[in-house]
Design a protein around this ligand. Sequence first.
Ligand code: IP8
Length: 246
Amino acid sequence: MKLIKIGGSIITNKNEYLQANFENIKRIAMELSEAKEDFILVHGAGSFGHIKALEYGLDNPTDVLGKEREIARVMHDVLYLNSIILNELINNGIPAISLPPHAIFKPDLDIDVVENLIISGFNPVLYGDGFVWNAKHRIISGDEIIEQLVRSIPIDYVIFATDVDGLFTKDPKVYEDAKFISNIKGGNYDAELLSHDATGSMLGKMKRIENIAKYVSKVLIINGNVPGRIKDALNGKEIKGTVIEA
Ligand code: IP8
């Protein structure tokens, strides 16, 4: 079993509210349909989640009170993106079933629901969402969901499909002298990996990835905008990307 996270930046146009990148979604669905082994899919929220989350001050994954209408809007919007993705997966022959995190986090993930789908031959699909517990609410990133999944389900490796080739010493979209990091073992990374969105900086993301790496053989960060890489990563082929091991 593999786990793949499709970042919001490759399935949406990140700066335009509710703009899906249909071209990429269709291509990725086709690549996923060529995976030789089972996989769980987790996708990010992109412009369906982060824009409003920032606007509403829901950009911290901490419990809040009194933003019911705001979080309900964000949760609707990410469910909408999820439904666009599910449609393409099913069109490509993948027996994908959506597990909206807000329905199965209480407050930890109800793993039985996920296992039941796997045992029954389906591909569970989860996504960055919001959830409500004890009258409080907050957003939950796809990465946090993955952290919970790898603890309970035997996963060989986790793939993060992003819009860059992997990790760099600096943001490669801003700095020309950013250097590609091909692998990281035991936390030897440069803390200058920055950029801010609704669920944290690259540094926060790295901490999660390090935690995830403890439960799997490796974590791969690859460029999902390059055709073929998602399929090859899922099928165990060697491709350009950063390999992270605990
Ligand atoms: O795109 C964010 O999830 P992510 C969730 O995986 C929301 O960071 C609702 C902004």
